[in-house]
Write a protein that binds this ligand. Sequence first.
Ligand SMILES: O=P(O)(O)OC[C@H]1O[C@H](OP(=O)(O)OP(=O)(O)O)[C@H](O)[C@@H]1O
Ligand SMILES: O=C(O)c1cc(=O)[nH]c(=O)[nH]1
Length: 170
Amino acid sequence: MYREEPFTLASGKMSHHYFNCKKITLHPARLSLLAAAIRDELLPAHGLALPKAAGGLTLGADPIAYAFSLACHEKGHLCMPVVVRKEAKGHGTGRQIEGDLTDIDEVLVFDDVITTAGSTLKPVAALREAGKQVTTAVCIVDREEGGREALSAEGVQLIALFKKSDFSSR
Ligand SMILES: O=P(O)(O)OC[C@H]1O[C@H](OP(=O)(O)OP(=O)(O)O)[C@H](O)[C@@H]1O
Ligand SMILES: O=C(O)c1cc(=O)[nH]c(=O)[nH]1
C-alpha cells in the first residue's frame, strides 16, 4: 500500500509504503496457503526439517504459528505453536512465553513483516533466555531495511517469502 502521508512503523521509522500482511494471516484460505507453502516449499528449499515448535511475537506471528502447527498436524508431524507476549503477564502465570516446550530444544521464529527486526529479536531473546535455540526466522515480507543483518548479527538466518524489492524499486 502506498500513501502520500507516511505511515509510522513499529520501529518509529516513517514510510510511504506499508505491507498489511493481516490481509493474508487473518484470511482463512490465504493463511492456509501460506502455512502449506512454508511447510512444503520454503523450509525444504533451505534444507530445513519441520520444526518441533514454531511461533513468535504476538500478534504478527500468532496466526502463522497456529496455521503452521495445523498444517504440520495434517502431515502427522507435531509442531507446537508458541506465542511470545510483548511483555510478561502481570498476573496469573506471569509468563511471557506460552506453549508447551517440554523436551523441545529449538524454536522456529515467525513474523509477518520484518523491517528492522527489532520485533523479531524480542522472541529470539525471550526464547534463548528460556534455554531454547533459535537459528532461523521466517517472514512473509522482508522490507530490506536492515532486519536480515540485525538477525544475522544474533546468529539467526532470515528466510523470507517475499522482499520489498519484489514489488517495488522505490
Ligand atoms: O522489524 P520491525 O522494525 O520490528 O517491524 C516489523 C514489525 O512491525 C509489525 O508489528 P506491530 O508492532 O505493528 O504489531 P502487530 O503485528 O502486533 O500489529 C509487524 O507485525 C512486525 O512484527
Ligand atoms: O515496520 C513496520 O512496522 C511494518 C511495516 C510494514 O510494511 N507492515 C507492517 O505491518 N509493519
